[in-house]
Design a protein around this ligand. Structure first.
Ligand code: ATR
Length: 275
């Protein structure tokens, strides 16, 4: 590595489990670039100071994971529309003046994954049901609205959290309690699970898909296991499904391109490597 080596990292707390170094490391090697991508653990007490003085870290950019996405956004001089709407940034870089800039690419990652795994499927003017109301749901709702969905129903165990998203995103969104899911499915073009249910080690997501049109696309952001019970159940009745691994991979694309100057691809080898 020369003195010119460009360094980026995943920052957050904790960062040991993050697959981001594997993803960026794969692309750096594939493209033969003089760059490094590591892990920087930033304890919550240090987070404000770290992002406020990001230039002192020696990094040209970073990804941000929980619980620092909001703190990082607050430290940015410039934010893209998604980060502004969410008040949270997952991708940082320094501009030519040294000012910290932030983007939120989680929603783009979700759409990039759909576009790759369900090519030709046109989600505009549709109705979506999003299960869950956490950070991932927020990014996905933003993405769906930006893509032209006319209605996004948010179903969550804690109704109040879904209601907060409804207030934030406005009239095309509506919050529902979990027991209303069955009545919503009949009018659904896209069903998205953003809860942790179905993940290895967690309870399974048990819902009756009977009212769901067979034309609806079913997606899960859980990717361990890759084929969740929800996706298996949907496939069995003929629905097309999209697994969650690609969202993780596609959200990394814009950061890599900005830091290292090459737009990388999400290919099969990368999917196999990260699993
Ligand atoms: P993320 O940032 O990945 O979205 P999160 O903010 O912790 O993670 O959100 C997790 C989501 O999964 C929430 O919508 C949560 O529901 P609550 O708002 O009621 O907590 C949902 N979730 C987690 N465990 C759940 C369970 N056992 N049953 C139903 N929903 C669950």
């Amino acid at each position: 590595m020369s003195g010119e080596t460009r360094k980026a990292a995943i920052t957050g707390f904790p960062v040991d489990q993050s697959r981001s170094p594997l993803v960026h490391g794969y692309w750096l090697k594939k493209h033969g670039l003089d760059g490094e991508y590591g892990r920087v653990s930033v304890t919550p007490e240090r987070a404000d100071a770290f992002y406020e003085d990001f230039a002192a870290s020696g990094l040209i950019g970073a990804n941000v994971t929980v619980p620092h996405k909001e703190v990082a956004a607050a430290a940015c001089a410039h934010l893209d529309d998604a980060a502004k709407a969410m008040g949270a940034a997952n991708t940082l870089w320094l501009d030519e003046t040294g000012a910290l800039c932030g983007a939120n690419t989680d929603g783009l990652g979700f759409l990039g994954n759909l576009d790759q795994l369900a090519p030709g499927w046109d989600p505009s003017n549709g109705t979506a049901v999003v299960m869950g109301a956490g950070g991932a749901a927020r990014a996905i709702i933003w993405a769906l609205l930006s893509r032209g969905f006319t209605a996004v129903h948010i179903v969550n165990r804690t109704f109040e959290k879904a209601k907060v998203l409804e207030y934030q995103f406005g009239s095309k969104t509506k919050a529902y309690a979990w027991d209303k899911l069955g009545t919503l499915l009949g009018e659904t073009d896209l069903l998205v699970n953003t809860t942790a249910l179905g993940m290895t080690g967690k309870a399974s997501l048990k819902i009756d898909l009977e009212p769901l049109p067979v034309s609806a696309l079913v997606t899960d952001i859980v990717y361990v296991p890759l084929e969740t019970d929800l996706l298996k159940q949907a496939q069995k009745r003929g629905n097309k499904t999209v697994d969650g691994l690609g969202m993780l991979l596609h959200q990394a694309v814009p950061g890599f391109e900005r830091w290292f100057g090459v737009r990388p691809e999400v290919d099969k080898e990368l999917r196999d490597l990260v699993l």
